[in-house]
Structures are given as structure tokens and as C-alpha cells.
Write a protein that binds this ligand. Structure first.
Ligand code: GLN
Length: 487
């Protein structure tokens, strides 16, 4: 088998046991990239030179008998909104086209200490706003399962890279579904950790009360390993939780006996594709057969999640993106009359249509005359949604939902009508609103062979239970073994 096909856990072991050299692993991954990247376009920046230099360094250490970490020598991809010192971090925006951070995000430091090798920065929706990666200023990332279709978004590049074996794991960010939804569209595993579990220091902010960094991987085991490395308290992020480091791989037991899975039947009813519904029902049956208790739950306010999300997220975005004015940060227009004109032109040229739409919406809901009617109300509903989940978790250990109502769609299908695009987030945004952890795992295929993801939602800091249940599902199904045959 080609080396790039192995899982992260397997390849790390092969490197450690000296069955393969780190150089050989990199050769394999970069030859894979040469082969399929021209079609997929998952990467904005490739870090070939840096990667090989680091490979030499790590191999030398290993040969001297030193420990090179749990991810020692493993090629990893990073979403392009996570700051990498000395390497362009563009947010897929013209605004930050030439931005080179002078520092590393905390997660980058964590991964580096664990021996990872960064091989590139992945494509995304501009400033992580979108569900298809089509709002990227840089390129169009294709879904490895069907090159005519989107990979999902906003972390579409990371998901496509893992699905096509162009990296062993990747980082993404999830504000309203941006890890889970592309994971679902591309048939890989994607985890959005509890708010505060993973440091956001160095993540370029979209909506700070919702944003969270998380891993993409080929298996649940690899996901747990990545979480081990990136989770942990960071004093540079004031919202980081003072939680002790854990070994999440210890939670990977193949059993769901004694566990209760909540099913929000009322919520998973309308607007869902028949094949997705079928896969969802099948997942419920699988868990039943494996000995879990299935329990219907009621989440009364969850239907307001989407409306709440698009008020809070845009409000925070309009504030966070205020810094890109051509002076403090970002693209500067070359021709302007005065300072107002400079701001205006720089922002008009630097931002794409979706980002502008969000800034305008956000500014509107925060404006004096509308604050109470929209923003304040959304915050109140947010509290109700949080209460809903709290109550549900008194009677169940995790909640099972589809990740997205449909499978990957064609390019351009939803760009005309932004509301349709927003509807793709219906099952993912409640999780961010409540700050909970959730994982998307491969859960089936539609009648055209496009992947379907199922989502497990955990209680706050309940990643261990979440991973255990996801692992059990994976061990007892074979959806994750199927690979895209178009590339
Ligand atoms: N699709 C959602 C949005 O457009 C979520 C994006 C995200 O999680 N970054 O806002």
C-alpha cells in the first residue's frame, strides 16, 4: 500500500519503528499532492521546503534515539485562518492575501512540540463565512467524491485534503459547522471541541463566542490523538478553560452498553433529504443493535438556532473585521482622496460579497435602533437554547443528529440565494450556540454515491463519551473504509 493511504496512528508507528523514514513519508504525500491537487485544489500554500527541512531535523533526532513526539514526522495540513509564523495566512481573502504572521497560533506550537510536520495551508470560505468554500478569493476546491460538487465549508480544503489522502490529519475551525459539515460532505471525521477546550490564540477571529479549532482525520482514533495534542489551557486565550490534559485515546472502547443516545425526532423532520434521513434512521438502528438505549428528546427552542446564529455571528464578525481598514491590517487601496476614502476603498476592494453581506447585517443588528429587537433578543434565545441542551443531557449521554440536511451540492447551486446556503447549517449551529462538542463521522452514502455524515453532540467537556460512541459506530460499520474513486 502507498504510504499516504495509512492512518495517522499507523504512519506515526511506522516512523517510530523505523520501518519507513520521514523523508519517504513526505515523498509519498507530496507525490500524491502532485497527482491529485491539480484537480482538487485543497491548498492555498504548500510548504514543501519547510517540510523537508523539518523532516531532516526530526529524522536526525530519531536516529539519535530521541523521542520525537506522538505525531513525530507526520504530515499535517492547516486551515488558512490559523496563524503560522513566517508562512502566509490569508483567510482566503484578498484583504489578507499577503499577510505573514509573526507568531504561531497556540495549536501550531502544540502540534510542533508533538513532532508534526506542516505541509500546507488549506483553502476555505473567505474569513470562514460559508458552507461550500466557494467564497474563497483564491481557488475553487473540489469534492474528491465528485469534482463537479463542493467539498462543503468553510474548512473545505482541509476536508478535501484528508479525503484524498493529501495529509494524515488537518486543522479546521468551526463557528457554525465549518469542521463537521465538510467532514460530512467528504466522508472524513471532523471534531468541534467544547468551547474553551482548545486555545483560539492565533485563530483569525470570525465570531469569537462561537469559534473553535478542531481536527479532521481519517479515523476516530486519529481524531482523539490530534485532540490530545491541541487541547489544554492557554493563558493567552482568556476564554480557554482551566481543564487538565487528558488522554482521549483511553476513551476508545468498542461499546455503547449502558449509554443513552438522545434523538430529537421533532427537529430532524423537515427539509431533510430522504437518503440522509435513511442513513440517520439506520444509525439509530445500529446503535440500538449495539446495546445503547435510544431516547426521544425534546429541544423546543432549537428551531430558532439558525436565526439566532446569523444575528450573533454577523454582529461579532462586524466588530472583529473592523480592524481590516488598510492601515492597521490588510489590503490598502492605492488610489484615495482622504482617510475615509482610504478605508472605504480598501474594504470595498479587499472583501468579497459574502463578507460584506455579513458585515452589513452585523452592523445593522448592533445599531442603536435595532439592538434590542435583534441582538439582545438573540442573546436571550441563546440562553434558552443552552438551557434546552442542559435539560436534555440530564437524561442522555449524547445526542444523535445528521450533520447536514443534504449531501454535497453542485458549484453555483446555492450562491445566488444565501438563505439556501445558510439552511445547510441547521443541524450544526445549535452546537456552537451552546458551546458544546460534536463530531461528524461517515454514516452512509446517497443514491449517487455521495457521502452522508452523522453527528454526535456531547455535553460540555464530554469529549471522551463522544469519542467512545463515535469509535464504536466506526468499528461496527464500514462507511469510513470507502474511498473516492474519481481521483
Ligand atoms: N456555514 C456557517 C457560516 O457560514 C458556518 C461557518 C463556520 O463554521 N465558520 O457562518
Amino acid at each position: 500500500m502507498e504510504l499516504y493511504r495509512f492512518t495517522l496512528t499507523e504512519i506515526a508507528k511506522k516512523i517510530k519503528n523505523k520501518e519507513v523514514t520521514i523523508h519517504e513519508v513526505l515523498d509519498s504525500v507530496f507525490s500524491r499532492i502532485e497527482e491529485v491537487e491539480p484537480q482538487i485544489a485543497a491548498y492555498i500554500t504548500l510548504m514543501r521546503k519547510e517540510a523537508y527541512e523539518r523532516a531532516d531535523y526530526l529524522q536526525k533526532k530519531l536516529d539519535q534515539g530521541e523521542d520525537i513526539g506522538v505525531l513525530g514526522g507526520v504530515p499535517i495540513a492547516i486551515k488558512d485562518n490559523i496563524c503560522t509564523s513566517g508562512v502566509k495566512t490569508t483567510c482566503a481573502s484578498r484583504m489578507l492575501e499577503n499577510f505573514v504572521p509573526v507568531y504561531d497560533a497556540t495549536v501550531i506550537k502544540n502540534l510542533e512540540e508533538a513532532g508534526a510536520i506542516f505541509i500546507g495551508k488549506t483553502n476555505m470560505d473567505e474569513f470562514a463565512m460559508g458552507s461550500s468554500t466557494e467564497s474563497s478569493y483564491m481557488k475553487k476546491t473540489k469534492n474528491p467524491w465528485d469534482l463537479e460538487k463542493v467539498p462543503g465549508g468553510s474548512s473545505g480544503g482541509s476536508a478535501a485534503a484528508i479525503a484524498s489522502d493529501m495529509a494524515f490529519a488537518a486543522l479546521g475551525s468551526d463557528t457554525g459547522g465549518s469542521i463537521r459539515q465538510p467532514a460530512s460532505y467528504c466522508s472524513v471525521v471532523g471534531l468541534k471541541p467544547t468551547y474553551g477546550l482548545v486555545s483560539r490564540f492565533g485563530l483569525i477571529a470570525f465570531a469569537s463566542s462561537l469559534d473553535q479549532i478542531g481536527p479532521f482525520a481519517k479515523t476516530v482514533e486519529d481524531t482523539a490523538l490530534m485532540l490530545n495534542v491541541i487541547a489544554g489551557h492557554d493563558k493567552k486565550d482568556t476564554t480557554s478553560a482551566p481543564i487538565e490534559k487528558k488522554d482521549y485515546t483511553k476513551a476508545l472502547q468498542n461499546t455503547v452498553k449502558g449509554l443513552t443516545i438522545g434523538i430529537p425526532t421533532e427537529f430532524v423532520k423537515e427539509g431533510i433529504h430522504e437518503d440522509v434521513k435513511q442513513a440517520y434512521d439506520q444509525a439509530i438502528e445500529t446503535f440500538k443493535d449495539l446495546g445503547a438505549t435510544i431516547k426521544e428528546i425534546q429541544l423546543d427552542y432549537i428551531k430558532y438556532s439558525l436565526a439566532t446564529y446569523y444575528i450573533i455571528a454577523t454582529a461579532e464578525a462586524s466588530s472583529n473585521l473592523g480592524r481590516y481598514d488598510g492601515i492597521r491590517y490588510g489590503h490598502r487601496a492605492s488610489d484615495f482622496k482622504d482617510i475615509d476614502d482610504l478605508y472605504c476603498k480598501s474594504r470595498s476592494e479587499g472583501f468579497g460579497a459574502e463578507v460584506k453581506r455579513r458585515i452589513m447585517l452585523g452592523t445593522y443588528v448592533l445599531s442603536a435602533g435595532y439592538y434590542d429587537a435583534y441582538y439582545k433578543r438573540a442573546q436571550q434565545v441563546r440562553t434558552l437554547i443552552i438551557e434546552n441542551f442542559k435539560k436534555a443531557f440530564e437524561t442522555c449521554d449524547v445526542i444523535l443528529m445528521p450533520t447536514a440536511p443534504k449531501t454535497a451540492f453542485r458549484f453555483g447551486e446555492k450562491t445566488e440565494n444565501p438563505l439556501e446556503m445558510y439552511l445547510e447549517d441547521i443541524y450544526t449551529v445549535p452546537v456552537n450556540i451552546a458551546g458544546l462538542p460534536a463530531i461528524s463521522i461517515p454514516g452512509g452514502f446517497d443514491h449517487e454515491g455521495m457521502p452522508i455524515g452523522i453527528q454526535l453532540i456531547g455535553n460540555a467537556f464530554g469529549e471522551e463519551t463522544l469519542l467512545q460512541i463515535a469509535y464504536t459506530f466506526e468499528q461496527n460499520t464500514n462507511y469510513h473504509e470507502r474511498k473516492p474513486n474519481k481521483i
